[in-house]
Design a binder for this molecule. Structure first.
Ligand SMILES: *[C@@H]1O[C@H](CO)[C@@H](O)[C@H](O)[C@H]1NC(C)=O
Ligand SMILES: *[C@@H]1O[C@H](CO)[C@@H](O)[C@H](O)[C@H]1NC(C)=O
Ligand SMILES: *[C@@H]1O[C@H](CO)[C@@H](O)[C@H](O)[C@H]1NC(C)=O
Ligand SMILES: *[C@@H]1O[C@H](CO)[C@@H](O)[C@H](O)[C@H]1NC(C)=O
Ligand SMILES: *[C@@H]1O[C@H](CO)[C@@H](O)[C@H](O)[C@H]1NC(C)=O
Ligand SMILES: *[C@@H]1O[C@H](CO)[C@@H](O)[C@H](O)[C@H]1NC(C)=O
Ligand SMILES: *[C@@H]1O[C@H](CO)[C@@H](O)[C@H](O)[C@H]1NC(C)=O
Ligand SMILES: *[C@@H]1O[C@H](CO)[C@@H](O)[C@H](O)[C@H]1NC(C)=O
Ligand SMILES: *[C@@H]1O[C@H](CO)[C@@H](O)[C@H](O)[C@H]1NC(C)=O
Ligand SMILES: *[C@@H]1O[C@H](CO)[C@@H](O)[C@H](O)[C@H]1NC(C)=O
Ligand SMILES: *[C@@H]1O[C@H](CO)[C@@H](O)[C@H](O)[C@H]1NC(C)=O
Ligand SMILES: *[C@@H]1O[C@H](CO)[C@@H](O)[C@H](O)[C@H]1NC(C)=O
Length: 771
């Protein structure tokens, strides 16, 4: 998409001046993000934090100004924590260790590599998301991590080629928020604080940080220009769920919002996060995202990372001492940080010494701290299995599940595990694919080291041994001319679609891998394609080939990848994942939202990105533009079939249906936003022959909004011939739109469409409700 000047203010300026002019100063943009005064300490807003605040206030009262200042900025560390706040031992504070990543403890040995965010999204399984987080969180605790740097809910996935979309859960805010809620709950139950990130509008990697152009000029980060309604209904929604779940930390992002850097944007930090959402914890900057001195503290940033000597360091006390900044702001920051430490009982003697299991250098001598719990095994495997989505299947003698094959042929560069290297956090290819290696996780700070990797080749080999079948493989002949043994019962082709932090993807399909599939399919009438994909991956170049009998989106399963895949291929497990995004037939469906914005023309130094499409991304956009996708949001096949019946929509008596909420602010916003106003139920019947799990989905058409929006889902196991009732609670928030004038969520008057079904386009039961 093109960067355009966003606001009428600037357009007026340019027109009034008569000609286009090169903008040489960002004063042109000042004032677009309003200034909001520092949020007051959240004393008494939520009872659950009251005790922590009272202890923190007493603690901070004993600190010198320099000690308070030292709590607010990262310092170099004696261990392997990526962020470190030094101890104040005289008061029993042992410091704070902040560590990546969203899928497990990074830069460590003795830990598991769990499935990534997009994979969690594809499970559509609240309980499994919670269990994953609970077990993963215990590894962070055992390693002495105070603050785990995840989960990611931004990027939400606005740009199809976004390099970090896979770290997030889904580009639907409801699904993303629901599973982020469980992730926060699960990790924090261990006394480890989650840092939900990146707040906010960090939707592309291109120009995420300031840079110097080829004329030696300073180029600012991209500005995500987001209107207030879109902010609330899309980008803020999952953060709101995370705050509601009690997240103790939020990380502000690299980009600018309305031209003001996210880590010094007082409208977002003081106004939206701390005042409106009643956030009780503290805000940390993304690593290197601070670009100001005391002004950022006044804007609501509480802690800067990693080592901020050039901006904050002693300058906050200097700013207080020369009368520029009120000391109460530093007190507020220190109190928020210490209150969070108390809130999660990290002052307890039971909490491990910060950073204890994280050696500074893995190749150097250190004690091996095994942080894994034996009870994690089943959760790891279940999580890996359930994030696979069966998108195409030719049932009958071909396709899946495999029918006691005698000869299995395996192809593709993604079938075999590359060596894991202790000095890196995973593979670092920056092309479309990661060649010669199966992809269990994508690249950058969102990746960690596995304890082992079960590759597709390893797992199929094991299965061949168990069954006494033959396995042939050719995973090195990656130039798409591999020959096929004509007696093969099945050919499995393994591809991947790589992505990494720091750059956006070069495309959403690649010709090289497509050619490999077509070459095999030309020679094998039962070709099964498996794609490990870090984001959407189009398939139209081969999907209608008559010999392509099945397609699995395998996403990013973590270290149990091959074991999970084989279980699904052979029907030991029944696929139950659904797509947490849509797959269109070709790139043109995305319009301007395919690729990241690039700076251009006179705005080169101040790149602008207008989110003018509003909430219309992914299926909301495709519905709006009448584009039929290849595979719609929420779609996924099973080895059995399900039918839906008995829709019922019941108003809940009790809670008010007044236009606006009136409740006090709790964590996440006004308390009565979570009042349940309607309950929708339906019956799901397994009409096939095998056990299976179905994700029943509820969509609502809010008057004046998109045709339908996800507002409920429930995953249920159903035995053949049996029926199970699914139930969805619709809250006030679920049924509201953001009223910019009132600055409140507003229930609409009139008739809402209510749709229940198996995907966003298989809406088998249709009803309505009125308010
Ligand atoms: C803007 O800057 C470019 C490059 O320095 C220059 O070529 C161009 O003439 C300038 N345009 C205006 C309107 O000043
Ligand atoms: C950004 O600008 C839009 C349009 O004026 C406004 O609705 C929104 O509240 C602003 N947001 C921030 C964070 O400044
Ligand atoms: C604050 O941090 C600085 C930098 O590490 C250190 O020199 C100083 O001793 C610390 N001050 C206190 C009071 O701990
Ligand atoms: C500098 O970058 C601009 C914008 O990308 C490009 O148009 C121009 O050709 C570059 N100039 C040189 C000398 O590389
Ligand atoms: C912070 O203070 C140091 C010297 O103490 C100075 O070099 C630096 O420029 C200051 N940074 C800001 C943002 O004021
Ligand atoms: C006060 O100190 C801060 C930090 O060193 C500096 O940025 C600011 O300009 C100073 N203000 C005055 C009025 O001296
Ligand atoms: C992949 O492996 C083949 C065979 O070992 C080798 O020729 C090729 O260079 C490798 N490709 C990459 C990108 O590592
Ligand atoms: C692929 O391999 C075949 C033979 O193995 C060779 O003839 C062909 O040139 C190769 N193609 C490419 C693009 O390397
Ligand atoms: C499908 O595979 C068979 C070999 O099993 C091959 O003979 C046939 O040509 C293939 N079909 C197409 C359309 O390539
Ligand atoms: C597929 O190909 C195999 C091996 O060439 C052959 O035995 C089988 O009959 C074919 N099946 C179908 C359904 O075409
Ligand atoms: C791409 O998809 C759009 C619908 O999204 C369709 O109208 C168009 O014909 C397709 N183009 C090609 C080249 O397949
Ligand atoms: C298999 O295909 C038939 C015919 O297309 C269809 O009626 C049936 O529902 C399918 N069964 C499953 C389990 O997908």
């Amino acid at each position: 998409m093109k960067f355009l000047i966003s606001t009428t203010a600037v357009l007026t300026l340019l027109v009034r001046n008569g000609v286009a002019q090169n903008i040489t100063s960002d004063t042109h943009f000042y004032g677009l993000s309003p200034s909001i005064p520092p949020a007051l300490l959240p004393s008494g807003t939520t009872d659950s934090w009251a005790a922590a605040y009272s202890k923190a206030t007493a603690f901070v009262a004993q600190l010198t100004q320099e000690e308070k200042n030292n709590l607010t900025y990262g310092q170099s560390t004696r261990n392997g924590c990526v962020g470190w706040i030094p101890a104040i031992e005289r008061l029993g504070f042992h410091g704070l260790c902040l560590q990546d990543a969203g899928n497990g403890v990074r830069l460590a040995d003795g830990v598991n590599a769990w499935d990534s965010g997009i994979h969690v999204g594809a499970t559509w399984n609240r309980n499994l998301a919670y269990q994953r987080a609970l077990h993963m969180g215990s590894e962070f605790r055992n390693k002495g991590v105070n603050i785990a740097l995840g989960p990611v809910v931004g990027p939400i996935g606005r740009i199809a080629e976004g390099g970090r979309n896979w770290e997030g859960i889904s580009n639907d805010p409801y699904l993303c928020g629901a599973l982020a809620f469980e992730t926060v709950r699960g990790i924090q139950e261990n006394g480890v604080v989650t840092s939900v990130k990146h707040f906010i509008g960090n939707e592309q990697e291109t120009n995420r940080n300031p840079s110097t152009n080829n004329q030696s000029q300073h180029v600012e980060s991209v500005s995500s220009n987001i209107d207030d309604k879109t902010l609330h209904e899309l980008y803020l929604w999952p953060f709101q769920d995370a705050v509601h779940a009690g997240s103790g930390n939020i990380m502000c992002s690299y980009n600018r919002i309305n031209n003001s850097y996210a880590c010094q944007n007082s409208k977002m930090l003081n106004g939206v996060l701390k005042d409106e959402l009643g956030f009780q914890g503290f805000v940390v900057s993304d690593w290197g995202a601070l670009h100001a001195g005391y002004a950022a503290a006044e804007a609501g940033l509480d802690m800067v990372m990693p080592n901020a000597a050039t901006f904050w360091a002693k300058n906050l006390t200097a700013s207080i001492n020369n009368g520029t900044m009120a000391e109460s702001i530093l007190d507020n920051m220190a109190t928020r940080i210490i209150a969070t430490w108390y809130q999660f009982s990290q002052d307890s003697p039971d909490f491990p010494v910060p950073g204890v299991g994280l050696p500074k250098s893995l190749p150097a001598q250190h004690v091996f701290v095994d942080a894994k719990s034996p009870s994690s095994k089943q959760v790891l495997l279940d999580s890996a299995i359930e994030g696979h989505v069966l998108a195409k299947n030719t049932n009958g003698s071909l396709g899946l599940p495999l029918k006691s094959p005698k000869l299995v042929s395996l192809f593709g560069y993604d079938a075999v595990a590359a060596r894991t290297n202790p000095s890196t956090a995973g593979p670092t290819s920056r092309s479309s694919q990661i060649l010669n290696s199966t992809m269990t996780v994508a690249g950058g700070s969102g990746a960690n080291n596995p304890s082992y990797i079960s590759s597709p080749l390893d797992a199929l080999s094991q299965r061949a041994w168990e069954d006494g079948t033959q396995l042939l493989w050719d995973v090195t002949n990656i130039n798409s001319t591999a020959a096929v043994d004509a007696a093969s019962d099945v050919c499995i082709v393994m591809l991947n679609a790589w992505a990494t932090e720091g750059s956006d993807r070069p495309g959403v399909h690649d010709d090289y891998s497509d050619a490999l599939v077509i070459n095999i399919a030309n020679q094998c009438n039962n070709t099964i394609v498996v794609i490990h994909n870090a984001g959407v991956r189009l398939v139209d170049q081969f999907i209608e080939h008559p010999n392509v009998t099945a397609l699995i989106y395998a996403h990013l399963p973590g270290q149990d990848s091959g074991r999970a895949l084989v279980s699904l291929l052979y029907g030991d497990s029944n696929p139950s994942g659904k797509l947490p995004y849509s797959v269109p037939t070709n790139e043109s469906a995305y319009g301007d939202l395919l690729s990241p914005g690039q700076p251009e023309g006179i705005y080169y130094l101040f790149p602008q990105d207008d989110f003018s499409e509003g909430v219309y991304i992914d299926y909301r956009a495709f519905d709006h533009a009448n584009i039929t996708p290849r595979y719609e949001f929420g779609f996924g096949l099973s080895y059995t079939t399900f039918s839906y019946s008995s829709l019922s929509i019941t108003p809940i008596s009790g809670p008010s249906t007044a236009e606006y909420p009136v409740g006090k602010i709790v964590e996440g916003g006004q308390e009565d936003l979570w009042d349940v106003l309607f309950r929708v139920t339906a019956s799901v019947t397994n009409t096939g022959d095998v056990d299976g799990a179905e994700v029943a989905q509820l969509y609502v058409g809010i008057p004046g909004g998109p045709a339908k929006q996800l507002r409920g889902f429930e995953k249920v196991d159903v035995e053949p011939g049996k029926s199970v009732e699914v139930s969805f609670d619709l809250t006030r928030r679920d049924l509201s739109s953001w009223d910019v004038g009132a600055q409140k969520w507003q229930l609409q008057r009139g008739q809402y469409g209510v749709f229940v079904g198996a995907s966003s386009r298989m809406l088998l039961l249709v009803g309505s409700l009125s308010i």
